[in-house]
Design a protein around this ligand. Sequence first.
Ligand SMILES: [Zn+2]
Length: 362
Amino acid sequence: MLKRKTIFTLLLPILLSFYFYTNRSTLWGSIITYISKKEHPNFISYGRFINSSTRTKVNGRLSPTTGTLLKPLLISRIIETENHKLAREFIADSLKGLGWDVYIHEAEMDTALGVKTFRNIIATKYPQAKDKIVLSAHYDTNPVLGTTFVGAIDSALPCAMLLDLAIEMNDYLNDKVELSLQLVFFDGEEALQSWSSTDSIYGARLLARDAKLNLVPNFKIEDIKLLVLLDLLGAPRPFFAQLIAKTGKEYKRLRFIEKSLRNEGLLFDDGENEYFRDYQAFNSVEDDHIPFLELGVKVLHIIDYIPYEFMGYAQSLGRREFPSVWHTLNDDENAIDSKTTWNLSILIKVFVFDYIENVNKK
Ligand SMILES: [Zn+2]
């Protein structure tokens, strides 16, 4: 009797280990889902965006050397040039190919260099949906830096990430008609001479102006539940802080998603414990979201920016507030870090997925 009991006691851990080993993914998956659900009742599974075949596909699209979505955008994109038109057509055609409604918002503004035409691209999965979550980035490049500047982090990669997100989430979005995803590619973010409130964010100012007057089809200020603006993404070791007081809840959610994905080993280990810091910056950063913020839109600004309070830390990384390649000719394909790109692309997709799910459940 004693002998049988001993054998069983010895065998039990071995059997249990074998069970855990063979079932670890499902087991861990359910444990995490269970914990997440307890902490956050609406948190649901997001594994569909993270499996290994997705990873290969995303790498194929966002690789700086061969990426089918990034490579075509790694050209000079100065306003009113042929290359700028090529970039715009590439973005518009990619989204039209997915069946999205694409509208080019075109407007003129008097600038220090005379009257210029700016063209924002607005792509919508379900134009008729009342509520929208808007994801955005700017597609022009800084004209002061000349035609050899391709702005990889500023903002070719953020634009390519939005296209990749549209491809990855297109099927999922098919029956999500209550809250539609809308992508905005702003034109004329860059200053034509030197940055000031009147020499910058031309496209965004024009779009906000016309939207306020109800002149833009399928783009109404009151329909925007959240505007997410991506800028300066792709450099290694990014640093994000909460920059807008009103979207503390959304920022916290992003931090929670990052923590969950890291705990599950679903992000590449690049030596960073967290990208999205538990910190609210004293200063915000001027960017395309400003005219919308002024109209009362909720904004989440995702920009690799180290606030002045952390300048010592920034210097230890060999940079200042923005990544070291920012507004230099080094902001080219070599500036893009593949691990950071994957991690950010997943974080943003899961954030959008989670946001849409929660809204649709209410
Ligand atoms: Zn720039």
